[in-house]
Write a protein that binds this ligand. Structure first.
Ligand SMILES: [Zn+2]
Length: 91
């Protein structure tokens, strides 16, 4: 589908031309209407699916090791405090 007039820049496009002589738009890059549909379809759907899932996993995924680290930290603190109290009792 080669339009007689380029919808992108308004240049006259030869009937057998595969690309616009004015702006270089063609079927592969997409004429204006096709390009808009292609870009919205390409950018819209993958971005919503990819960003939300990966963002949630990236943001909340590392959050699970943090409580475990805190637990270990508090366990070490408690043991150190107990040993300190025992040492004060012994001494
Ligand atoms: Zn053009």
């Amino acid at each position: 589908m080669t339009p007689e007039i380029c919808p992108n820049c308004g240049e006259d496009v030869p009937r057998n031309a595969r690309a616009c002589p004015g702006c270089g738009a063609d079927e592969s890059t997409g004429w204006a209407e096709d390009a808009q549909q292609a870009t919205t379809a390409d950018l819209g759907l993958p971005d919503e699916d990819f960003d939300y899932d990966k963002f949630v996993k990236r943001e909340f995924g590392p959050a699970s090791p943090k409580p475990q680290g805190l637990h270990w930290f508090w366990w070490v603190l408690a043991i150190l405090l107990l040993t300190a109290i025992l040492l004060t009792w012994i001494l």
